[in-house]
Design a protein around this ligand. Structure first.
Ligand code: ATP
Ligand code: MG
Length: 400
């Protein structure tokens, strides 16, 4: 083993409930971790309910960022792997304790022990007692607290003995890529990045599409969307952002419709274009940040209308959430601060003062069809720009 190698024990989440196709989910998870940490020669060993990862020359915070943003992971910890001898286990326990911050040495601790290998001569209870005694002798200021300890040291007996300190939390969910592919309609607002995150958590791989109405929406608005895409791509590996020049379509809609119809017709056109891009990129679903009754274009009638523009399923994972709940997730995943930057996605000339709340599907569809947008839409798709999203953090040597 290389001196700079570090072992991590990864606890799997919902994957452990899978039956025959569990290998498929585990393989996806390993691939997703590998994509992020490929510069650090990742090696894996899978065991029941656990995945062991070994990396070399990699800072702990880089691994921690990678694993805490990889769906499928319930928790993870740096671990030591030693021979199944009680002496080596006790040494590892003391070594881990000495690596904790000094303040912890005067607080409380607990030992957890699991014996997947039942042939080990000591019972779990005996292992805990011996490890607990070793710590109490080495750290006179520390006390045992089995209910609410400051530090928990776990010992697992498997093919070898694994010793680790309380695990960091993973994001849960299922590995991205195990549930097919979608196209996220990503605006500069608070909702859509959260929608992408939530679908990724159920295993959906995604690209994103942004409709840019330059110069009515600024370059800063586009930069903001790129930043949002970069932030969520931590969770959604290998995401591309498609930027659709939307101005001509939007202006044509404006010229040929009444004020109150505009927002819905614009949404309708967005969904039509998103369908074309989805089919070119093998995405079989769309995702939006819509939430029932949030605004006029998200009433039941409006959603029925926009649904009818799509040949493929539209996922709306925020449909039953209120704004506070959405904001709290946005803060947790680091998109909130970007979303509230001042560059508005919507420009006042495109937002009627009194948008339609209860559109009649047939009537609005008829208005839409009369506008004859086909050629403009085709052109917009042709000049759509695809941007890849770089993940510099995981390059060797740029980890500060
Ligand atoms: P967000 O919903 O992202 O916070 P918002 O609330 O301002 O932004 P709405 O006007 O409510 O956006 O739009 C509803 C949904 O339509 C968005 O969540 C997003 O999925 C999609 N959408 C709106 N504008 C755009 C755009 N310019 N590009 C891509 N998708 C968009
Ligand atoms: Mg919204």
């Amino acid at each position: 083993m290389n001196k700079s190698d570090q072992l991590y024990l990864i606890k799997l989440g919902e994957i452990v409930l899978k039956g025959e196709n569990r290998n498929f989910f585990e393989r996806k998870l390993r691939q997703n971790i590998k994509k992020k940490l490929s510069a650090f020669s990742p090696k894996f060993v899978t065991q029941k309910g656990r995945l062991f990862l070994r990396v070399s020359d990699c800072q702990e915070k880089v691994v921690s960022t990678a694993l805490s943003t990889t769906f499928g992971i319930q928790g993870f910890s740096p671990a030591l792997s030693v021979n199944k001898s009680i002496d080596e286990i006790l040494q590892a326990v003391l070594k881990l304790m000495s690596s904790t911050p000094k303040e912890k040495w005067n607080t409380t601790f607990k030992i957890n022990s699991r014996r997947a290998d039942k042939s080990f001569p000591l019972s779990s209870y005996e292992i805990c007692c011996q490890a607990g005694d070793a710590i109490l002798s080495a750290y006179p200021g520390i006390k045992v607290n089995v209910h609410n300890p400051d530090t928990t040291i776990s010992i697992e007996l498997r093919d070898r003995a694994y010793v680790y300190i309380t695990s960091e939390k993973g994001p849960g969910g299922l590995p991205v890529g195990c549930a097919g592919k979608g196209l996220l309609l990503l605006s500069g607002g608070i909702d859509s990045p959260v929608a992408g995150y939530r679908m990724a958590r159920r295993g959906l791989r995604q690209d994103a599409v942004y409709f840019h109405t330059y110069p009515y929406t600024s370059d800063e608005a586009l930069d903001k969307v790129k930043e949002l895409a970069a932030a969520i791509s931590e969770y959604i590996p290998e995401m591309s952002l498609y930027v659709v020049p939307f101005t001509d379509v939007q202006l044509e809609i404006n010229r040929n419709s009444r004020d109150e119809e505009r927002t819905l017709l614009m949404r309708y056109a967005m969904v039509k274009i998103a369908n074309i891009i989805a089919s070119k990129t093998y995405a079989k679903s769309l995702i939006t940040g819509e939430s029932l009754s949030q605004v006029a274009s998200q009433t039941l009638e409006s959603l029925i209308l926009t649904d009818s523009a799509s040949d493929i399923i539209i996922f709306r994972p925020l449909i039953g959430l209120d704004k506070e709940e959405i904001i709290s997730t946005a803060k947790k995943i680091g998109t909130y601060e970007i979303s509230i930057l001042p560059y508005e996605d919507c420009c006042t000339i495109f937002s009627p003062e009194h948008p339609m709340v209860k559109p009649e599907k047939e009537k609005l569809t008829e208005v839409y069809q009369k506008i004859e947008l086909d050629a403009l839409i085709q052109e917009a798709v042709e000049i759509t720009i695809r941007t890849g999203i770089k993940m510099d953090l995981y390059k060797k040597g740029v980890q500060n």
